[in-house]
Ligand binder design. Structure first.
Ligand SMILES: Nc1ncnc2c1ncn2[C@@H]1O[C@H](COP(=O)(O)OP(=O)(O)OP(=O)(O)O)[C@@H](O)[C@H]1O
Ligand SMILES: [Mg+2]
Length: 209
């Protein structure tokens, strides 16, 4: 499977979103390393749970801009500001946005973020957006993602946002508990949805040869 791309991770509190998001990022980085492609990982995680090895930690936008300028990747931002403007022109960016509802609403999103969601493909930018409130996601996230990792969602409005945004139904779907999960944990193995597109096209082309 090709992990490089645009991922959304959703699920109720404690369902395993951050763990899944970190797992996806690790695979994207490994894939890029194998392909000898440059990568510039930037993680927004205000709880500081996601800590790639050798990270530079920043607390405010000026520090982020400085770390980007100096190329001190991977960068972990503990800040909550919605304007990611130092990043929207960065080529080969792998961006992880945990608790993404802090950065956008259904009808508001800083233009720098929207540029990454909508136009990032041309700069070889990957992104992973994780949230427990998919109804609060800006529509450009679900419209532009090509993978969704769905843990159980608690409220109907969030289930509906995912079903509508991805044109799928979650009715009747069941989740397996995550293996080796701590006692009493809600952590599950997410359902994986992938948009038909480049990968299917390549598979179809290969089958015809
Ligand atoms: N696949 C897994 N295997 C074992 N443990 C897991 C797995 N996924 C998650 N966990 C554990 O379950 C707990 C909750 O996971 P995580 O923090 O990723 O959930 P979350 O959805 O991001 O939670 P929150 O809503 O608090 O941000 C953590 O202790 C994590 O280590
Ligand atoms: Mg989390």
């Amino acid at each position: 499977m090709i992990f490089a791309g645009r991922h959304v991770v959703v699920g109720a509190s404690g369902s395993g979103k951050s763990t899944t998001a970190e797992w996806i990022l690790a695979r994207i980085l490994a894939e890029r390393r194998r392909a000898r492609r440059r990568t510039k990982a930037v993680v927004f995680d205000c709880y500081g749970e996601i800590r790639p090895k050798g990270s530079t930690y920043v607390n405010e936008r000026r520090e982020l801009a400085r770390a980007v300028l100096d190329g001190r990747y991977p960068i972990v931002s503990l800040g909550k500001w919605p304007d990611l403007s130092p990043l929207d022109h960065v080529r080969d960016l792998s961006l992880l946005l945990d608790e993404a509802w802090r950065f956008m609403g259904p009808s508001s999103c800083h233009e720098s973020l929207e540029a990454i969601f909508c136009g990032g493909r041309h700069l070889d930018q990957d992104w992973i957006v994780a949230t427990q409130y998919p109804a609060q996601l800006h529509p450009s996230v679900l419209a532009n993602c090509n993978h969704a990792w769905i843990h159980p969602l608690q409220h109907h409005e969030h289930v509906r946002a995912i079903e509508r945004g991805l044109s799928i139904t979650l009715k009747g779907r069941t989740w397996k508990p995550a293996p080796g999960r701590p006692e009493g944990s809600a952590a599950t193995v997410p359902l994986h949805w992938a948009r038909a597109g480049a990968h299917d096209f390549l598979a179809a082309a290969a089958a015809e040869v």
